[in-house]
Design a protein around this ligand. Structure first.
Ligand SMILES: [Zn+2]
Length: 202
């Protein structure tokens, strides 16, 4: 079932719309340092794992730069499409990792065929959710919102189960929930490095 969501073009349009809203909200707020006007300064991206035909705009992540001389502070709004520097789309990172915890547990070969994700990458993501994500202060604070507790060993699937909705709505809700952590200017900077906006070289 999850895999059919990833083939649904509407999911990507919905995520693009949410990102556009998040970007517009950030732009309107202006520079957090000096209050100056923000100009667009997008990061180029080459997202992997989505369908061949992604909606327009998936080749860049919204970002802004303060127009005031001497400030020029960058502000990158939260994103539901990109998990910080990860080259794969956020939806793919969440679902492919969640699917590994099944049931039914699809074989790694099938995920590679469908999403172009190899076993090593999957293992890295699994480890990342279980350790890097689960141990950060942001999650340690947020997890208190959930009762019973969300098991760290089966993140992010265990978190996804806590969001209600039809078809891909729980996935979108999960991506929205973790979105504040996808940027250094809004959250703990779980996903985003200041110096390297993308890990496309990997
Ligand atoms: Zn400024």
């Amino acid at each position: 079932m999850y895999l059919t969501w990833l083939a649904d073009a509407r999911l990507y349009e919905m995520l693009a719309d949410i990102d556009a809203d998040l970007a517009e909200t950030a732009r309107r707020a202006g520079c957090l340092v000096c209050g100056g006007v923000l100009h667009s300064a997008c990061f180029p991206r080459k997202p992997r794992g989505g369908p061949d035909e992604l909606p327009a705009g998936y080749d860049r992540r919204h970002s802004f730069c303060c127009a005031v001389d001497g400030c020029r502070t960058r502000r990158t709004p939260a994103s539901v499409r990109f998990l910080g520097r990860k080259v794969y789309l956020g939806a793919v990172v969440v679902l492919a990792t969640a699917l590994r915890h099944g049931p039914p547990r699809p074989r790694v070969a099938r995920l590679r065929e469908l999403l172009g994700v190899d076993a090593r990458t999957l293992e890295r993501w699994r480890h990342w959710w279980r350790r890097t994500f689960a141990e950060r202060p942001w999650w340690q604070a947020m997890r208190a919102r959930f009762a019973p507790p969300v098991p760290a060993a089966t993140l992010p699937g265990s978190l996804g189960l806590r969001f209600a909705g039809a078809s891909s709505e729980p996935l979108v809700a999960l991506l929205r929930f973790v979105a504040p952590t996808t940027t250094t200017s809004d959250g703990a900077g779980l996903f985003e490095g200041r110096r390297r906006p993308a890990e496309d070289a990997r």
